[in-house]
Write a protein that binds this ligand. Structure first.
Ligand code: FES
Length: 232
């Protein structure tokens, strides 16, 4: 009589496989479900930055020389909310919630400059009356100043490193020390990984007292030939 062949999978093996299968199924299914139900499933963790939208004083425009940008340090008040909502509701003074910070940034201001075909700097549009007066400007003088000014952030348009003004063989340019991004004095893209020129402040003005003021916020415009994303 032939010996009955032993079933290779016992009942306990079968139950064990079923258990492992259930775990694997959960691992594979929960993330997509969480993704689909994302708007429904809410977490209690909050994180939000709120930068002041008010005017910040930058400095005197008469200090900006022809052919050489000037950097000014400015400070934006910033409120950072971060913490567990339930803890915050019970203890509004939770140390991780609603903290006030000061965000220090730099503004590079320069006079609009034309470039010659050989790449060297040409005509610089610095109003000549700035050699005689530094404040008490009329409305037409303010218009003339504003028409000719570049107001730029010092954050590189690639990954945000602070750019520097460097002079090589008598010609200056903005250089980013992180990955070698290059920009001319107007903030226009010259080379390297940045997908655009330097960020121009969107809202700024010059007042009668001869000072420049800005609000937080930039004009962001990609180079038409930029390859996105470009991350080193
Ligand atoms: Fe400036 Fe990369 S951060 S080139």
């Amino acid at each position: 009589m032939t010996e009955l062949q032993k079933d290779p999978i016992t009942r306990s093996d079968f139950l064990g496989f079923g258990f492992i299968g259930a775990i694997m199924g959960a691992i594979l299914t929960i993330p997509p479900v969480a993704f689909v139900l994302g708007p429904v499933i809410k977490t209690d963790v909050l994180g939000k930055s709120d930068i002041s939208k008010g005017w910040q004083e930058v400095g005197k425009v008469s200090e900006i020389k022809a052919g050489e940008p000037k950097d000014f340090t400015i400070e934006f008040p910033l409120t950072q909310s971060y913490g567990d909502k339930s803890i915050q509701e019970k203890a509004p003074s939770s140390p991780r919630s609603n903290k006030q910070f000061t965000l220090r940034n730099a503004v590079w201001a320069s006079w609009k400059t034309k470039y010659k075909p050989n790449g060297s700097q040409g005509k610089v549009s610095r109003p000549s009356f700035l050699d005689q007066k530094t404040e008490g400007f009329s409305q037409s003088e303010i218009k003339e100043i504003e028409k000719n000014l570049n107001v730029l952030s010092n954050s590189c348009a690639h990954l945000g490193c602070p750019v520097r003004w460097v002079i090589t063989e008598g010609e200056g340019e903005f250089l980013c020390p992180c990955h070698g991004g290059l920009y001319d004095i107007n903030g226009d893209y010259q080379g390297g990984p940045p997908p655009r020129g330097m960020y121009h402040y969107k809202t700024w003005e010059v007042r009668e007292n001869g000072k420049l003021y800005v609000k937080h916020g930039y004009i962001i415009q990609d180079r038409p030939d930029a390859t996105q994303p470009y991350v080193v």
